[in-house]
Ligand binder design. Structure first.
Ligand code: ATP
Length: 217
C-alpha cells in the first residue's frame, strides 16, 4: 500500500481489499453510487464502521445519495497499489503450495505468484499453473533479480525459521506464513500468520460454546 495509508488505522486498512472487491463488482454492473447500508449488507460490516472507515479516505457520503463508486474505486486503486503488479514468490510446493500456484489471484487483485521454490528435485524445473519451480540454492538470486517483495511460506514448520532468515538478505518486505511456526524477523519485514488448523479449531470451539453469533460480538 502507498504511504497515504499510514494515517489510516490498521483495522480500517485490513478492510480495504474487501471494499475494493465489492466496489469493482458494482462498477462493472454499471452502478454509479452506493449507500453505506447497501455496502454493509454486502460486505457484512456494520454501516457505522463503514462510514467511519470511509471518512478516513475523504469520502463523505451524502444523505439520500450515498457514495460515488468511481471516486471510491480510484481511491482504492491508488491506495492498494492496484496500478502496480506485486510479484509474489511461493516457497514449498506441497499440497497447499500447489493449490496456491493453481489459484488465479489476479482475478481479484493485482498480485501474481511469479516463481516458486522447493528442495524436492522431482519438483524443481517443473511448471505448476504456469509458475516455474526453482531450487532453494538459487533463492536469493531469483528473489533479487525478479524484485520480489512478498513471499508465501508453505514449507514444513521445522524449516520455516531457517528460510525466513535467508529472506533477510533479500528485498522481501512481507511474508504470508501458512506454517504453524512463529517467526522471528527483522523490523523491516512484516509477517501475517494464517494457521488453517488453528482457525478451524477456533471455529469449532466457538460453534460449541457460543452457538448464538450475537454473544461473540
Ligand atoms: P507433499 O504431499 O507434496 O509432501 P505436503 O504439503 O504434505 O505436500 P510438506 O511436508 O508440508 O508436504 O512440505 C511442503 C513442501 O515443502 C514440499 O513440497 C517439500 O518438498 C517442501 N520443503 C520441505 N523442506 C523444504 C525446504 N527446506 N525448503 C524448501 N522447501 C521445502
Amino acid at each position: 500500500m502507498s504511504n497515504e495509508t499510514t494515517k489510516i488505522p490498521q483495522a480500517t486498512a485490513k478492510r480495504l481489499p474487501l471494499y475494493y472487491r465489492f466496489l469493482k463488482n458494482l462498477h462493472s454492473s454499471g452502478k454509479q453510487r452506493v449507500s453505506s447500508a447497501e455496502l454493509s449488507e454486502a460486505v457484512k460490516v456494520d454501516s457505522a464502521t463503514i462510514r467511519r472507515d470511509f471518512s478516513y479516505f475523504g469520502a463523505l457520503g451524502k444523505k439520500g445519495y450515498g457514495y460515488n463508486v468511481n471516486y471510491l474505486l480510484s481511491f482504492f486503486r491508488k491506495t492498494l497499489d492496484q496500478d502496480e503488479l506485486t510479484k509474489v514468490a511461493l516457497i514449498g510446493v506441497g499440497n497447499l503450495g500447489t493449490a496456491f500456484l493453481n489459484y488465479n489471484f489476479m482475478k481479484n487483485n493485482n498480485t501474481k505468484i511469479t516463481c516458486a521454490f522447493d528442495v524436492d528435485p522431482g519438483k524443481v524445473g517443473t511448471l505448476i499453473g504456469d509458475v516455474p519451480v526453482f531450487a532453494m540454492d538459487d533463492l536469493e538470486k531469483h528473489l533479487n533479480e525478479e524484485e520480489i517483495s512478498v513471499v508465501i511460506l508453505t514449507v514444513p514448520a521445522q524449516v520455516a525459521q531457517l528460510i525466513t532468515d535467508r529472506l533477510g538478505n533479500t528485498n522481501v518486505k512481507g511474508i504470508l506464513n501458512f506454517t504453524p511456526a512463529r517467526l522471528n524477523v527483522a523490523k523491516s519485514i512484516r509477517v501475517h500468520h494464517i494457521d488453517l488448523a488453528v482457525e478451524l479449531q477456533s471455529l469449532v470451539y466457538f460453534l460449541k460454546h457460543y452457538p448464538n453469533v450475537d454473544e461473540t460480538e
